[in-house]
Design a protein around this ligand. Sequence first.
Ligand SMILES: [Zn+2]
Length: 350
Amino acid sequence: MYEGRTDMEPGRVLGHENLGRVQDVGDAVDRIKVGDYVCLPFNVACGYCRNCEAGLTSYCLTMAPPGSAGAAYGFADMGPYSGGQADYLRVPYGDFNCLRLPEDAEEKENDYVMVADIFPTGYHATEMAGVQPGDSVVIYGGGPVGLMAAYSAMLKSAMMVMVVDRHPDRLRLAESIGAIPIDDSKGSPVDQVMELTKGRGADRGCECVGYQAHDPQGHEHPNMTLNNLVKSVKFTGGIGVVGVYIPQDPGGSDEFAKHGEVVFDFGLFWFKGQKMGTGQCPVKRYNRHLRDLIHVGKAKPSFIVSHELPLSEAPEAYKHFDARDNGWTKVVLKTNGTKQGTKRHTARTN
Ligand SMILES: [Zn+2]
């Protein structure tokens, strides 16, 4: 969206990872009260459609644009909802969407805000891949989501977690939580995974890069991480894909890419009997549990936060993050409200 590769129109407010204190509620809101500290799933969901009732809030039919499923704050092709990189955020269906935070909310704000998207999304990648205690897991992508997938695999007692990236700051963070950093600029990541797993391949793999995957020389290959995963994961292993792929990419590098078509190694995927899960995370499936792990001190996802900045510095932060500048692993943007002294609204770049 930031790079202009979606049909996001100029002037729309970004920010789908939101946390803050409730300032006002509408007539239909019963449960949530003014003053509650809440974290919001990036999914905007109604709570009563066929998909929401089945727990698939990332594919809500009511809030999505016609003919589609799934809505989000400040997101291309996911409805008209404004994002939270603003002084205030409007939350539809407040009772259903707000997750109330406990009394340590302010103190652990940088942890709880990860529950809006990237912590559940990383966790969802490990769920779709089928990660169980004792598994070996390879994560492609050491950005915020990839690090959260690695962290989730560690929380699930994976035997070994490998994180493939090439940025030293990200690889250091992966190492800091006990994962094995794999630098794909220093040799084939597939070979390195094979060596670490004694030639078998990882039990499970997570894709946390998306269609903008590029090689160490900077050339974009939308199929790169997917095909590397098929090669890196064992026969009958599972793959979870939370990296973003899109149906149309007019700025794509070739005719396939322009139509969202990825040259995927389906032959090897089938031959190896692997399975794959894809798509956006239904945040509500996980957010209470992850919130509670933070509350009792068993999870501290804020380890990825490199910068806390006022909203006014967002343009600079976007530049640094988009350029993958060293040390800009995750930015938390904060606003301090003026109307009521207590207001703090948080949103972040991703
Ligand atoms: Zn719904």
